[in-house]
Design a protein around this ligand. Structure first.
Ligand code: ADP
Ligand code: MG
Length: 391
């Protein structure tokens, strides 16, 4: 954070010290591709995330830069763009545009200009939700500097609208909730049908969360992700005719699905089959967590991965090899791809103290197969977005 504050001065020039904010990333352990199907998910925030340094200006300009692209983007607060500009800046800009529409209200202007620098220590575009991290962090930063007095849920919802409406990804609600509603030492149980949340303790003295980055760029991720969302909507349209009470794919009973499978488009049926079993599996994983049974939790993760690979078709050979290797490691309980898939990271549930052995196995198998080392790291939990008072 001290280095980030120094970089802020290099970028925006000397003046009063900027205020500093941290917003974590997240890793999802249970409930793969369920959030936009109304199902339950169990993510947790991690101790890596987005750094934000920001300082008020005396004019009405927003000057935004990122450590990943230090070219300053300048926007007039009174002439905010109506559509995205297809750059990283769409994420924070989306938050500002949504805030202008929803919070400031018609006729009332947003407060004054800002110099902003983004950075962080979270891999970007790897399934650890740097996008929701930057959006929720931006909402907190604006709330603090502009004195908007938003609630935590206001910030989560504005971040979600930014990514959905302004950036244009049909994402579910999990990522901003996982970050904005984080509680250290807990998995968040988020029921995406009614948006209710519960905090389920995870025993960090017994369990480690190991994340392995394949380094595979998720080139088709955005378009393929939106395709999965559409396919699930189509599958639900077919299945709801036999289940009039259902409001989302999560509600379709297994026997209804099984009786209609034969008459459905086979691809849509595969997508629905994943979702319906994944809902059941997520409730099962919750029981294992509450019963202190990490072996059962790990088995659910590995089954989830197999379903995401074969039925949902969002995996790749690099992810599959890591999950298969983890399944054979004595210190690992189970593994799956995390995030949307198509590349990015796996998450492995490991017995605390066995991280090095598991890491060595993952690195050796991966290097033997693909000729390079994956990045393997243990992530601790995080209490959620906050202002950092000393750099
Ligand atoms: P993920 O959310 O899994 O990291 P996404 O593709 O959803 O992957 O979002 C990644 C995008 O978020 C990046 O391409 C970039 O545009 C934006 N982003 C996230 N964090 C930052 C940051 N600190 N600086 C600039 N852009 C960022
Ligand atoms: Mg994202």
């Amino acid at each position: 954070m001290a280095a980030h504050a120094a970089q802020f001065v290099d970028c925006h020039g000397p003046g009063p010290d900027p205020r500093l904010f941290f917003s974590p990333g997240r890793v999802n352990l249970f409930g793969g591709h369920l959030d936009y199907n109304g199902g339950p998910v169990m993510p947790t925030a991690i101790d890596r995330g987005t750094f934000i340094a920001a300082r008020s200006r005396s004019d009405r300009l927003l000057r935004m830069a990122s450590a990943y692209d230090p070219q300053v983007v300048e926007v007039d607060l009174d002439q905010l763009p109506a559509t995205r500009v297809s750059k990283w800046v769409d994420y924070p800009l989306g938050v500002i545009v949504e805030l202008a529409a929803q919070v400031a209200g018609p006729g009332s202007a947003l407060p004054g200009g800002l110099d902003i620098l983004y950075g962080g220590d979270l891999p970007i575009g790897s399934g650890l939700s740097s996008s929701a991290s930057i959006c929720v962090g931006t909402a907190l930063m604006l709330d603090s500097l502009w004195g908007l007095e938003l609630s935590n849920l206001d910030r989560v919802r504005v971040a979600l609208r930014a990514e959905r409406h302004f950036v244009g990804v049909q994402c579910g609600i999990m990522d901003p909730y996982a970050i904005g509603c984080a509680r250290e030492g807990h998995l968040l149980w988020l029921d995406c049908k009614d948006e209710s949340i519960e905090y389920l303790p995870i025993d960090g003295t017994q369990l480690s969360i190991l994340v392995t980055n394949t380094g595979v760029q998720r080139a088709l991720a955005a378009s393929e992700f939106n395709r999965r969302v559409d396919q699930c909507a189509q599958a639900f349209d077919t299945l709801r005719s036999s289940s009039p009470e259902a409001t989302c794919l999560r509600d379709i009973p297994l026997d209804v699905f099984e009786s209609m499978r034969g008459s459905m488009d086979p691809v849509l049926a595969d997508r629905a089959e994943h979702v319906i079993h994944e809902v059941r599996r997520t409730f099962e994983a919750r029981e294992h967590l509450l019963a202190g049974n990490p072996g059962g939790m790990g088995e659910c993760m590995t089954q989830t991965h197999e379903s995401l690979r074969s039925l949902y078709q969002v995996s790749c050979p690099e992810l599959d090899l890591l999950v298969e290797t983890a399944a054979g490691c004595p210190g690992a309980f189970g593994a799956r791809l995390t995030g949307a898939g198509f590349g990015g990271c796996t998450v492995t549930l490991v017995r605390r103290g066995e991280e090095r052995d598991v890491q060595a196995s993952l690195e050796a198998r991966f290097e033997g197969e693909f000729g390079r080392r994956p990045q393997v790291e243990v992530f601790e939990g995080d209490p959620g977005p906050r202002e950092i008072t000393s750099a």
